[in-house]
Design a protein around this ligand. Structure first.
Ligand SMILES: [Zn+2]
Ligand SMILES: [Zn+2]
Length: 76
């Protein structure tokens, strides 16, 4: 499962200012928020060929839309 880019980048900032571990801050953020697939994929994400949403994760290349038929998230 790809990480949420929005929560990951926010957790980096919060961890730096609070002194907490980034992974700990990240897991709290992901649980507390309900990020959209577009937010999870990140601002530099690409549009998925199958669902036509801007949900291709910029690091892993997986589609973050849970309803997308591209269920493995691999770009073929
Ligand atoms: Zn998130
Ligand atoms: Zn898709």
């Amino acid at each position: 499962m790809s990480s949420c880019e929005k929560c990951w980048s926010d957790s980096y900032r919060i961890a730096r200012s609070s002194g907490k571990a980034q992974a700990e801050v990240y897991s709290e953020l992901v649980k507390a928020r309900k990020c959209t697939p577009e937010e999870q994929a990140g601002e530099d994400s690409e549009v998925c060929d199958i669902c036509n949403r801007k949900t291709i994760h910029r690091v892993t290349g997986q589609c973050m839309n849970p309803e997308c038929k591209n269920c493995n998230g691999e770009i073929k």
